[in-house]
Design a binder for this molecule. Structure first.
Ligand SMILES: [Zn+2]
Ligand SMILES: [Zn+2]
Ligand SMILES: [Zn+2]
Length: 365
């Protein structure tokens, strides 16, 4: 008995292994939904969703090495940006592919590093690199400097047509310090920052990535969270105080949660509530309208808006009309913002009192 209990704890059985995998997948999902609520992630992901960024390539900066300026502007600093992108990759929001490899100094971490081709005998980098030339007619081979004015030093004929009467036959190096010749140099590195000289064995050699959005993430209702950031900014730019999620107390005394609440209290008190409904299938069910109406009836905001992605069911449309809930149907972020701009400049919504009292579903016909 004791043994089987142990194996269960260790997850050694096949069933346990499956459970373990499911748990890991769930943890990743939970981590992703945390990230979707992060304002910085919302801003970055909305750039991918609006196609402002298709693929995030790094930029080379002589002082800092590779950077991602768009992300850095949002996240704050260079080191935090790398950690942030790494995390988005690890939890499956971003995909990545290798863009380049970067060599950094092991002493000061600078990537302002040059390559030196050194003499294998005395390790000096004071090496002269030459091409070897073969005069095809007479078979003479020597370094290019010896063929003065393109004349072969052995047969004194002129070298005129490359690859016809002469060709390159490799490279040849001469060490200016010890005088020895060789064809394969030994590489070493020089840090232009701290002047450190180091070899391949000690070099910091790292991957640099391009990032793109994992398409599955959009389906994972991420669209809902990611939409919040641009909507929030839009409403704020119109003078609203925005909460997401927002909580409002109803006439009944109960507190109701909306995906977004926007409040303006200048001349007149103005409250807008917005809910987002996404569907993995093609159509959002009318349940989202019914659920919203229950809250809206109690809270009585000036305007209530439901954003359905990609579209609302036929029944849902009728209900939205009956309940005076403004319905926005949109396939993507761009369409939502366009519709929202049009809706907000629209005439005021009918006062809450004129909304019908809640009906049971059977009494709707
Ligand atoms: Zn010759
Ligand atoms: Zn040498
Ligand atoms: Zn250095």
């Amino acid at each position: 008995m004791r043994k089987s209990k142990n194996s269960q704890i260790r997850g050694a059985g096949t069933g346990d292994w499956v459970e373990e995998r499911k748990k890991m997948a769930k943890n990743l999902r939970d981590e992703r939904s945390d990230v979707y609520r992060d304002h910085r992630a919302q801003l970055i992901l909305s750039k991918f969703l609006s196609s402002e960024i298709e693929k995030l390539d790094p930029n080379y900066d002589p002082n800092y090495g590779y950077t991602y300026p768009i992300v850095e502007a949002i996240v704050g600093d260079h080191a935090a940006t790398e950690t942030f992108l790494d995390h988005l990759y690890e939890i499956g929001i971003l995909k990545r592919e290798i863009f380049d490899k970067i060599i950094s100094c092991p002493k000061c971490n600078s990537s302002g590093v040059s390559i030196r081709y050194c003499c294998p005998y005395c390790k000096s980098f004071n090496v002269k690199k030459s091409s070897l030339i073969e005069h095809i007619q007479c078979g003479y081979i020597d370094i290019e400097d010896r063929f003065k004015q393109n004349v072969c030093p052995r047969c004194h004929n002129e070298l005129t047509k490359p690859d016809v009467n002469y060709r390159k036959a490799g490279v040849w190096c001469a060490c200016n310090d010890c005088g020895k010749n060789f064809d394969i140099p030994v590489p070493s590195h020089f840090c232009r920052g701290c002047k450190n000289i180091f070899v391949f064995e000690d070099a910091v050699y790292r991957d640099v990535y391009s990032y793109s959005l994992n398409q599955n993430v959009m389906k994972e209702a991420g669209v809902g969270y990611i939409l919040v950031a641009p909507i929030r900014e839009f409403l704020q730019s119109h003078g609203f105080t925005v909460e997401s999620p927002g909580f409002l107390k109803g006439k009944s005394g109960a507190s109701h949660m909306f995906d977004i609440t926007a409040l303006k209290s200048d001349l007149t008190r103005h409250i807008i509530v917005i809910d987002l409904a996404t569907s993995a299938e093609d159509v959002v069910s009318e349940q989202s309208i019914i659920a919203m109406f229950a809250k809206v009836y109690d809270v009585a905001p000036d305007r209530a808006c439901l954003i359905a992605i990609p579209k609302m069911s036929e029944n849902g449309r009728k209900l939205a009309d009956l309940y005076k809930i403004e319905l926005i149907e949109a396939k993507n972020q761009k369409e939502v913002m366009k519709a929202l701009e049009a809706h907000l400049s629209f005439t005021e919504l009918a006062p809450a009192e004129s909304r019908p009292t809640p009906l049971t579903e059977t009494s709707l016909q």
